[in-house]
Design a protein around this ligand. Structure first.
Ligand SMILES: [Zn+2]
Length: 141
């Protein structure tokens, strides 16, 4: 019998757990509305948290930061989204974020968006439900 102090393999956290983890890193000194997001893009998970600014209009949402991190890493195919706020019921992504999510969703009906809070509440939609008939680059010349 061995006495190996190393822990065994840890299963990868779920997308919701990653969003909850990211929420702790939110920078929200003005609104106190802390948001964490995790997106699965091309098979990989990327996290984001809202980052506010004293010039309020410069604030960027957690979802957009997560998507932009994916794009910078070379991943473009959005597969799933999780967002964590303190709100009850859990908040869905804002309109601007829905538009940015759509940009990277080849099939918006196949992208699940799950909103959670640390108290275990959960709501879920497809991106197509959150942004029906959304504008996409396919309509541009
Ligand atoms: Zn947003």
């Amino acid at each position: 019998m061995t006495n190996d102090p190393r822990p065994g393999p840890v299963p990868p956290p779920t997308l919701e757990a990653r969003a909850l983890e990211a929420q702790r890193r939110a920078y929200a000194p003005y609104s106190k509305f802390r948001v964490g997001a995790a997106v699965q893009v091309s098979g990989e998970v990327f996290e984001g948290a809202n980052v506010e600014n004293a010039s309020y209009g410069l604030t960027v949402c957690a979802e957009r930061i997560a998507v932009f991190a994916a794009v910078v890493a070379g991943a473009h195919r959005l597969e799933a989204v999780a967002v964590c706020t303190e709100a009850s019921p859990p908040s869905s992504p804002c309109g601007a974020c829905r538009q940015v999510l759509l940009e990277f969703a080849p099939d918006p009906a196949a992208v699940t968006v799950t909103a959670v809070n640390p108290h275990g509440e959960r709501r879920s939609w497809t991106l197509a439900e959150l942004l029906p008939d959304g504008f996409s680059g396919r309509e541009l010349p």
